[in-house]
Write a protein that binds this ligand. Sequence first.
Ligand code: CTP
Ligand code: MG
Length: 180
Amino acid sequence: MWLPLVVTAVWAMLPAYVPNNAAAIGGGGRAIDGGRRWGDRRLLGDGKTWRGTAIGTLAGVGLAAVLNLVAAQVSSVGSVTVPPFPPEAAVGLAAGAMAGDIAASFLKRRSGRERGASFPVLDQLDFVAGALVAVYLLAPGWAAATFTPTVIATVVVVTPLLHLATNVIGYQLGVKAEPW
Ligand code: CTP
Ligand code: MG
């Protein structure tokens, strides 16, 4: 049955999913790169701000704390046991997602893409890669137990679909400039 796998994968990635959306809503102000350029291109661009990064990270950690309150109840509903998030895992997932997104902007600027330009695959998986690397570094035991190869494969398939859906909604609500 694939449903428990999808539930586990989405649950474990939720603290990495919200940071991008929270940053899009709460972002603005000073750019992380301070306007600096490398050659004739910005380092990161005005789409990566200190405030957005802080708000995104806090939103992801905050969501993990809320999920911890309901993990036991959710697990008791069906056959799926969803894990609570230790603090290091919450921080790894949230901050890692933001770092992955920032790294992607760096690659976008280096490859000549302007702010907001789409970069298929990278746009959908940058924060997944960042979150997984960070959570394996900060909470290795929890990460190995939670993100098994099967769960990671499920995350890689399901995330782009969810990401696309939420970005289209964000675009329609007017909080995102482009639907990707
Ligand atoms: N945002 C932010 N800080 C971040 C990430 C996002 O302030 N670390 C905000 C910015 O207002 C950004 C919006 O969220 O414009 C949407 O994020 P994203 O699509 O990642 O940025 P883009 O503006 O598309 O820029 P880029 O091409 O660099 O991805
Ligand atoms: Mg964008």
